[in-house]
Design a binder for this molecule. Sequence first.
Ligand code: FDA
Length: 429
Amino acid sequence: MPEHFEVIIIGAGAAGLMCAATAAKRGKKVIVLDHANKMAKKVLMSGGGRCNFTNLSIEADNFISNNPHFCKSALKRYTQWDFIALVEKYHIDYYEKTQGQLFCRESSKLIRDLLSQECQSNGAQIRLKCEILSVETVLSSSQTDTFKAIETIKSESAKDLNLTAKNQIGSSNQNTTFKLTTSLGAFTCESLVIATGGLSIPTMGATDFGYQIAQQFGHQVLPTRAGLTPLTFKGRLLNAFKEMAGNALQVQVSCGQQTFNEAILFTHKGLSGPAILQISNYWQPGQAISINLLPHVDIATWITQLKESRPDIQLKTALASHFSQAVASFFASEVGFQGKLKQLTPQHIENIVQTLSDWTIYPEGVEGYRVAEVTLGGVDTQQISSKTFESALQSGLYFIGEVLDVTGHLGGYNFQWAWASGHAAGNYV
Ligand code: FDA
């Protein structure tokens, strides 16, 4: 006999655990199934082991989706303040690192423990190392009776009654039962929640399972790609970046209409750092990115004054007042001026301003899912209720968290989406 639960959640990550705790608090009989050997692995590895669990400022603009309004309702109903209150209830010490980003002072394990405790104390079960082999809908007894009625009616050729019976099937769809065949046996439930996340970091257990289930039930899955990922370069730029690897700069990076003021980091593969991860969500192959290397400096005034006060120094020496020696030498060569400051013409100064304030470069690609923090795209939200997260195509089926086509900026937004969507669905399953 299959084990029966009112709610089965596939995926013991941030969204799945929040949903489980919320539903169990309402008295629902809940189980979370996950194929991994540990729950909430991404919570554990997040924020460099300190979990950037939310942000002091959460706006719909911090999220990318084909359906930009979809995230608003859930984010309003479970806010950053709700999660902060939960963190405080568990006496977890936290601090604001930068730009509203809240991190645990001690360890992200404390957030994992909080989620585990919330599930446990409300009676939600969690079963790990559970491979999901298939998901199907089975007829509940009331539906079976209705089908029997149709067969009888058909044999009596009573067209009008036949219609009534069919309508009954439509309404009995409200009570769909799902049957899951798994490596730990069979399970049945009335509400099935898909919380299997995105494709990033496959070594942590990421799979395309959620997308497969969505398609099985007729949902559209929007094209996916790696997000919040370093950018790669080749040729001359890559060689230069290798020379400067390890150097970080506070800059302004733009791509199209998007701009981020954060740090970039030169690496042996190209560019990384928060500003690059942020812009990678917007960058498309073939596009340029533009970097203002000195966003807080009036470059023309600074270099003109320096030309007066220190006419005999070289440009790379002047640049070394803002950058390390290696970075200063590189940008002096990017400007293409090797002489002393007293030799600078107005055209040279214009070139310096242009290069340092709008350094335009073409990435070769992104590092990809191996290191990406999130997945852009996913289950199309057009056929999901923004109130309940239930599928419009299959009653009793829910999608939450990163598996949906909602991706946050860097800075605690992705976890806030997991908490908010998990909480919303948990109130309706
Ligand atoms: P999540 O990925 O957390 O959970 C999905 C679960 O489903 C996993 O437990 C997985 O094992 C399970 N699963 C998948 N396929 C399955 C299958 N076929 N069968 C059974 N189970 C299956 N965000 C943020 O806001 N602040 C931060 O500091 C960070 N830091 C960070 C660092 C790194 C390195 C990464 C990779 C990501 C982040 N993120 C982040 C992003 C954040 O971790 C992510 O958006 C959320 O974990 C998404 O939560 P979900 O619950 O939707 O998926």
